[in-house]
Design a protein. Structure first.
Length: 93
């Protein structure tokens, strides 16, 4: 499944097109597979992904913001109940 969040292949946070990693917005314990299935993924440069202390995998606040954004995108075409059933959690409110 292609990303439902991003059309262009560039870092979601800084816009660079260099050194990109694919990030599955909802990750851990089987969720990566579901993020793949439903297109909840974004491109991040190495630093914004996991190669710096401000990258999404090393910054819990940023990680949550991206999960919330992904849930909002998902809920444009699905219900919250579906999100919670698939990902086992609600990241909004
Ligand atoms: Zn970046
Ligand atoms: Zn990642």
């Amino acid at each position: 499944m292609k990303s439902i969040i991003q059309k262009e292949k560039r870092c979601y946070l800084c816009g660079t097109t260099y050194n990109l990693h694919e990030h599955h917005c909802i990750h851990g314990s089987g969720n990566r597979k579901n993020s793949e299935k439903y297109g909840l993924k974004i491109w991040l440069c190495a630093a914004h992904h996991n190669m710096s202390n401000y990258g999404v995998h090393n910054d819990a606040k940023l990680d949550l913001e991206i999960k919330q954004m992904a849930q909002r995108e998902f809920e444009k075409t699905h219900t919250r109940e579906e999100f919670m059933k698939i990902f086992g959690k609600n990241y909004l409110d």
